[in-house]
Design a protein around this ligand. Structure first.
Ligand SMILES: *Cc1c(COP(=O)(O)O)cnc(C)c1O
Length: 365
């Protein structure tokens, strides 16, 4: 039966989606990077193949796919606890840090509760908040593309349950300093969960952003969110984690979809932590390329804020954005355009980065 043959007439009522769901943006699939010449610079993935130890761990675990994984992810949580200097009780894992963030929002927010975040920031934030029936409160970035923490503190109401801080911020690359976050934490109620999303923390220069673990130790309403998707190169396996006060972490583990993090992902994450030096060498190469590109773009006449992520951000009105995205597309370079705001380009290998530089040279001015 095709959809044309479905037994509906104009007055047959169909089940309706919740308003919050109907209002969500549909996922628009990007061009797949199928061809050899296509540079995939739209999703801030690692351009490196997975760490050899992670691939080996996945191959070894493949024979257990008939079994459910350890739903409590005990081994991974204990390994993370050792890595971070916390206890396993303070760690919750999920299918990507987006999965953990969904556990946070649904675990803390009732309908109508408010979640404050900067805008523009990570696109998943408003989607997860609306899906939970909570209210997104977007606070515009400041003139330097960073979080306006004073405005965010001023936006707190009785209904505020969660505040999301993204450092370095996706898509602008601007971090929030330790001192500014600490002053912010002193000014907001301790019953508001302040989530510090550090998806790109490995790429940040030491001291540019917060020492989030020390903040967490002194402010128990801090929740640190990290992922294996970016610097560790496991985007396709879906594993991320939160560090939070034991009672909160325990609640997050209870809100998780059962068995959401596969055994393959758990094993690969452990192997990746064990191979931290190799990850760091790759990150160092990306940071070197980031500096080279920023210097060259400045020489071309582009005005960019220094990025602490594995991406560069070009503020652009819609006219320039459309010109750039189209030019990149024609050159088989996939980048991310944001309506009204600009273009984000992932830093990758020198050859792909050179293609970006050549293209932008033609549009500088
Ligand atoms: C990529 C990204 C994540 C991580 O996503 P995963 O679900 O872990 O793949 C989280 N936060 C931000 C800001 C990101 O850019």
């Amino acid at each position: 039966m095709t959809s044309d043959q479905l037994l509906t007439t104009p007055d047959t009522a169909l089940p309706t989606l919740r308003g919050a769901v109907a209002g969500l943006p549909s996922y628009v699939p990007g061009r797949r990077s199928a061809g050899l010449d296509i540079a995939a610079l739209a999703s801030n993935e690692s351009h490196y193949a997975p760490l050899p130890a992670a691939s080996a761990a996945v191959s070894e675990a493949a024979g257990t796919m008939n079994r459910y994984p350890d739903s409590a992810a005990v081994e991974l949580r204990e390994r993370l606890a050792r890595h971070l200097g916390v206890t396993a009780g303070e760690v919750a894992v999920g299918p990507g840090s987006v999965g953990v963030l969904q556990q946070i929002i649904t675990g803390l927010c009732d309908a109508g509760d408010e979640v404050i975040f900067a805008w523009r920031s990570f696109e998943a934030y408003p989607i997860l908040v609306e899906l939970a029936g909570a209210r997104p409160v977007r606070i515009p970035l400041d003139d330097a593309e960073g979080h306006d923490l004073e405005a965010m503190a001023a936006a707190v109401t009785d209904r505020t349950k969660v505040i999301l801080l993204c450092t370095p911020n996706n898509p602008t690359g601007v971090p929030i300093s330790h001192e500014r976050i600490e002053a912010f934490l002193r000014s907001v109620r301790s019953d508001i969960l302040v989530v510090v999303d550090e998806a790109y923390v490995e790429y940040a220069e030491a001291g540019s952003g917060p020492d989030s673990l020390s903040l967490y130790r002194r402010y128990p309403n801090v929740c640190i969110l990290r992922t294996f998707s970016k610097a560790y190169g496991l985007a396709g396996l879906r594993v991320g984690y939160a560090v939070a006060a034991p009672a909160i972490a325990e609640g997050l583990r209870r809100t998780a979809l059962p068995f959401a993090v596969s055994a393959l992902a758990q094993k690969a994450a452990i192997a990746s932590l064990d191979a931290g030096d190799e990850m760091e060498a790759r990150v160092a190469a990306v940071k070197q390329e980031r500096a080279r590109m920023a210097a060259e773009l400045e020489a071309q006449g582009w005005k960019l804020q220094p990025s602490q992520g594995n991406f560069l951000w070009i503020r652009a009105d819609d006219t320039l954005r459309e010109v750039l995205v189209e030019a990149f597309d024609r050159a088989d370079i996939l980048v991310r355009g944001y309506q009204g705001d600009g273009v984000r380009i992932t830093v990758a290998d020198p050859a792909a980065n050179d293609r970006v530089l050549r293209l932008l040279a033609a549009h500088a001015g």
